[in-house]
Ligand binder design. Structure first.
Ligand SMILES: Cc1cc2nc3c(=O)[nH]c(=O)nc-3n(C[C@H](O)[C@H](O)[C@H](O)COP(=O)(O)OP(=O)(O)OC[C@H]3O[C@@H](n4cnc5c(N)ncnc54)[C@H](O)[C@@H]3O)c2cc1C
Length: 423
């Protein structure tokens, strides 16, 4: 959208070729009907509203926003027979220990190790070297409490996949986090000029460049263009869903191959009434330290004014849930909720919405992360510059500073347009 806008503003006639029957991609404000209203099934938050161009877009579109406060999350530790709300003081001490020993250790290792390693191995090494300074984090469950919040959910990947050196090689804007009660897609509506022609249900199969023009082949006709911006997700590029002529170079493919799509899914449950404690978030910690099917819940009552809980699942757990039927997934979510809140009589949900971003042929994952083996200094450069001229690449996976986010996608579109315009 941002690319289309920049090119349109510079006098280009722009067409968007979109495989799905809707615009927005992984920003999907879905009208779930009476029980739900508009719900964001993909991107939902602006994380850090200060000095963030998305905030300006939201203001321009007069989009209503609601702040969420992760700090006040209720941390629930449970197993099949009992559950406990963790006292905030205890949680504070665990995080303090983590930050003093592990976060500092990670920083040190990022600057000193000769070879990269996965983040899980690094964390284990740091803890074992810290000897008796480690009090809480000896316990798998306290370690999980912190790591699932800091890494699994944020990067949608298990720590065993993340590169120690580069997993956090992204930037963040400061300030509060906000959700959109009427859907984040309002930002897309502000960005996209009315004059841009949109072809929905038009799946690109091949992009052929020769001399002065480029032909885009689709299942809905062919289009000849002066230039093309390819914004399909990393997962689609890695699965070769589009053929390129001339073929993409090995340098480009190698660079692409060193990043990976994480998996992050939502299960939205609409209940007859709110039965859960009045907090913005709950986190779920298994007493034995294993990964629960849903690691976090958002109390969407705050946002939608309807009794809706959003359950989040990430990484390998999210991947395996995708293979199950809707009713099996709801059953697992309800079993977990009943174990987390055994004293509450929890009604059955009236309806549900479930995402499967990894199985979706137009996304093939949720968002990208820096896996072990990546070298952002060269890989992002190769993704952006190996194929210059008429075929440019954009999308969150091409933005070194804000990959994995809507902001990254937004910036990447503007920079692809600049490259086409020769700025
Ligand atoms: C569950 C979930 C939660 C998220 N939460 C947040 C959040 O809170 N905040 C945040 O900033 N980010 C979040 N993200 C990440 C954010 O959604 C993405 O980083 C961003 O939307 C990616 O935009 P993009 O333009 O790069 O790709 P996309 O939005 O995926 O756009 C690519 C488009 O290409 C189309 N396409 C693919 N193949 C073809 C083809 N062959 N032919 C034609 N069209 C094709 C797709 O249909 C899609 O519309 C979340 C993502 C998910 C999945």
């Amino acid at each position: 959208m941002s690319s289309a806008r920049s090119l349109h503003n510079n006098g280009y006639e722009v067409r968007i070729l979109e495989g799905r029957d809707r615009l927005g991609g992984r920003m999907w404000s879905f009208d779930g009907g009476v029980g739900f209203g508009t719900m964001d099934l993909g991107a939902a938050w602006i994380h850090g509203i200060k000095k963030n161009p998305l905030t300006n877009l939201a203001k321009r579109g007069k989009a209503k926003r609601v702040r969420t406060n992760y700090e006040s999350a209720l941390n629930v530790m449970f197993d099949s027979s009992s559950s406990q709300y963790l006292p905030p003081r205890l949680v504070g001490k665990i995080y303090k220990e983590y930050s003093a020993i592990v976060s500092k250790g990670i920083e040190r290792m990022q600057g000193s190790t000769i070879i990269d390693m996965d983040l899980q191995t690094a964390i284990r090494q740091i803890l074992s070297n810290a000897g008796n300074r480690v009090k809480y984090l000896k316990s798998e469950k306290w370690l999980r409490l912190v790591t699932q919040d800091l890494y699994d959910l944020q990067y949608a990947a298990p720590t065993s996949d993340l590169s120690l050196w580069w997993f956090d090689d992204d930037k963040a804007t400061s300030g509060a986090d906000v959700l959109f009660p009427n859907g984040m897609w309002q930002l897309g509506e502000v960005v996209l000029p009315k004059e841009v022609t949109i072809h929905l249900c038009t799946t690109v199969t091949k992009i052929q460049s020769n001399g002065d023009s480029t032909t885009v082949f689709t299942d809905n006709g062919n289009f000849v263009a002066d230039a093309v911006v390819v914004t399909v997700p990393l997962g689609c590029l890695q699965a070769n869903t589009i053929a390129f002529e001339p073929a993409l170079s090995n340098t480009f493919k190698n660079a692409l191959g060193k990043r990976k799509m994480g998996i992050y899914n939502k299960v939205l449950l609409r209940f007859p009434k709110q039965w859960w404690p009045k907090r913005h978030f709950f986190t779920a910690i298994s007493k034995n330290g294993s990964i629960p099917p849903f690691q976090e819940f958002l109390n969407a009552q705050y946002v939608s004014k309807k009794p809706i809980l959003v359950a989040f699942s990430s990484g390998d757990t999210a991947k395996s849930l995708e293979d199950l039927s809707d009713s099996e997934i709801v059953l697992i979510a309800m079993k977990q909720l009943r174990e987390m809140f055994p004293k509450i009589s929890i009604p059955e949900p009236m309806s549900h919405l479930i995402t499967r971003w990894n199985s979706d042929p137009f996304s093939r994952g949720s968002y990208s992360f820096n896996k072990l083996g990546v070298n952002p200094d060269t890989d992002f450069r190769d993704i952006l510059t190996t194929h210059g001229g008429r075929v440019q690449f954009a999308g969150e996976h091409t933005n070194r500073d804000y990959f994995g986010t809507v902001l990254g996608a937004y910036y990447s579109g503007i920079s692809a347009a600049k490259r086409i315009l020769g700025d």
